[in-house]
Design a protein around this ligand. Structure first.
Ligand SMILES: NC(=O)c1ccc[n+]([C@@H]2O[C@H](COP(=O)([O-])OP(=O)(O)OC[C@H]3O[C@@H](n4cnc5c(N)ncnc54)[C@H](O)[C@@H]3O)[C@@H](O)[C@H]2O)c1
Ligand SMILES: C[N+](C)(C)CCCC=O
Length: 517
């Protein structure tokens, strides 16, 4: 199926039947297949295939039933990607870039509808979803540029001989995504992969399957060969089939640490490289000399984007003791003012968490924090919006916890919800030691006006993605990724080319073979 049918009746039926371009919560029914290979959407024919409901977090309504791809479908998708690879790898970087830039243009054109579908399936606010679509587009534009400058080296050797290196693609790459940034993750993985001449089979989270297929259709309409970017739906079993497939050259994974470990194990059997973008429990350190207003804004950005479901969130907020009361007053005032509700409304700043079990898990962490002695300064309760159609949605009030100590569960474990733990500290050495006391190391932030201290503290923090006087800013031009158990490899930035390509060295003899035998 080609782009003319992109978002046709099934997927869009309910939303665009009125002729307007805006969806409202509670109206979308997804009927079209969400798998994509050989250049079109694919229905699973196996009636025995397992099916699971997919929900709209804002209303708790079932959006569709998702059938998991089995071995036959995974194999078909990998074969489709292998066929595309043979064509795509031969193109000049400029030719690949042209397709990618056209894909970026199509994303821009359809920004609103992609963002709306993301909101319906994920629960985040439309304002944030638009930014995610922008990030997907920018990433594809950025790596289109990188495709044009991929190059090797020339090395002069003795006697006029020389060697050169070729930067070559790996082959069929597998992308496996988490549910918190579905379209952004699909783009952050596919853009560097295809820029380098690879093809990809992508598996979104079964919780948020709706938008990856739109990206597949967009690449296809932009002129990519059939099979360049394929989508298979399913959960753990489908993911595991992909990781074990003999024709897969690389696995790029975004998700939790426990799953990341399994991915690495599976990849190791075929000696295949992995990119792992995993969880975090990142520190934000606020010194007393900071511009407090700015630090408060930073702490909110570090904790409440996407209902707190962000890998890089700075959920351990260390505040120097002299400014704790003032900081708490401001942070609580602003947290209470966050407008929670229908994620498709423009004014909403916090939508619904991704699923009911996840909401319960996050609320469980708040209860546990209370039992362990933390004080709830605001939030941490289920929230029911006044609009009756939202009454079964997965909402909660954003929470600020005070009186936290380093040994509390809320300070040690990734909660992945809108829960900020505030800890006080006295000295720089002390806060560095405590901030680094984690097996994770995805991100970290420092707020201070002292420029020397800012750089000194950053140098000593064990984290891959650091911020000074801001937080959660991830321009596609700069690498993103973690230290320690938060991951391996990077996404975005020039360095990512190295994670999606391999170097071939060619030694060229200009004289005769000088044989020892
Ligand atoms: N570092 C980053 O860039 C980043 C970004 C977003 C999310 N995350 C992390 O993701 C986690 C939340 O996402 P989640 O709950 O979807 O994670 P998850 O690990 O449960 O699932 C992630 C993906 O892996 C698949 N999967 C699960 N078991 C598998 C297996 N055995 N083999 C192959 N695939 C398998 C899932 O179906 C899903 O597509 C959080 O820990 C968060 O910090 C990290
Ligand atoms: C763009 N953010 C908000 C930094 C999210 C990066 C991806 C992590 O979940």
């Amino acid at each position: 199926m080609k782009m003319s049918s992109l978002l046709t009746a099934g997927l869009r039926g309910a939303l665009y039947s009125t002729g307007t371009r805006s969806l409202s919560s509670g109206t979308l029914h997804i009927k079209e297949p969400l798998n994509f290979w050989c250049g079109g959407r694919v229905n699973i024919k196996d009636v025995r295939a397992k099916s699971e409901p997919v929900y709209e977090p804002a209303t708790g309504r079932v959006l569709c039933q998702l059938q998991a791809c089995g071995a036959t479908e995974v194999d078909a998708a990998v074969r489709s990607a292998s066929a595309a690879f043979t064509v795509w790898r031969k193109l000049a970087g400029m030719e690949r870039a042209r397709v990618m830039l056209e894909a970026a243009r199509l994303i821009e054109k359809r920004r609103e509808e992609i963002a709306e579908i993301e909101v319906v399936n994920n629960g985040k606010s439309i304002t944030e979803a638009r930014l995610d679509v922008d990030s997907a587009r920018l990433c594809i534009e950025y790596f289109a540029g990188q495709a044009t400058v991929l190059s090797g080296q020339h090395v002069q050797l003795a006697g006029g001989s020389f060697a050169y290196t070729r930067r070559e693609p790996l082959g069929v790459c597998v992308g496996i995504g988490a549910w918190n940034y579905p379209i952004q993750i699909a783009a952050w993985k596919s853009a560097p992969a295809i820029a380098c001449g690879n093809s990809m089979v992508f598996k979104p989270s079964p919780v948020t399957p709706a938008t990856a297929v739109l990206l597949a259709e967009i690449y296809s309409q932009a002129g990519a060969p059939e099979g360049l970017f394929n989508v298979v739906q399913g959960g753990q079993e489908t993911g595991s089939l992909l990781c074990h497939h003999p024709d897969v050259a690389k696995i790029s994974f975004t998700g939790s640490v426990p799953t990341g470990k399994k991915i690495m194990e599976m990849a190791s059997r075929g000696v295949r490289p992995v990119t792992l973008e995993l969880g975090g429990k990142s520190p934000v350190i606020i010194f007393e000399d900071t511009d407090l207003e700015n630090a408060v804004r930073g702490a909110l950005m570090a904790n409440f984007l996407s209902q707190g479901q962000v890998c890089s969130n700075g959920t351990r907020v260390f505040v120097q003791s002299s400014i704790v009361p003032h900081f708490l007053k401001e942070v609580v005032r602003r947290t209470k003012a966050i407008l929670i509700g229908d994620p498709l409304l423009e004014d909403t700043r916090m939508g619904a968490l991704v699923s009911k079990p996840h909401l319960e898990r996050v609320l469980g962490y708040v209860n546990q924090a209370k039992k362990e002695g933390a004080r709830v300064l605001c939030g941490g309760e289920p929230f029911i919006p006044t609009d009756p159609k939202l009454k079964d949605g997965y909402y909660m009030t954003p929470c600020v916890l005070d009186g936290c100590t380093d040994d509390m569960t809320c300070v040690k474990e990734e909660i992945f919800g809108p829960v900020m733990s505030v800890l006080s500290f006295d000295t720089e050495d002390e806060v560095l030691r405590r901030a680094n006391d984690s097996s994770l190391g995805l991100a970290a932030g420092v707020f201070t006006k002292d420029i020397k201290r800012a750089h000194r503290v950053i140098e000593n923090l064990q984290a891959g993605s650091c911020f000074i006087n801001n937080y959660n800013i991830t321009p596609v031009e700069v690498p993103f990724g973690g230290y320690k158990a938060s991951g391996i490899g990077r996404e975005n930035g020039q360095v990512t080319i190295e994670f999606y390509s391999q170097l071939k060295t060619v030694v060229v003899e200009m004289g005769d073979v000088d044989s020892l035998f």
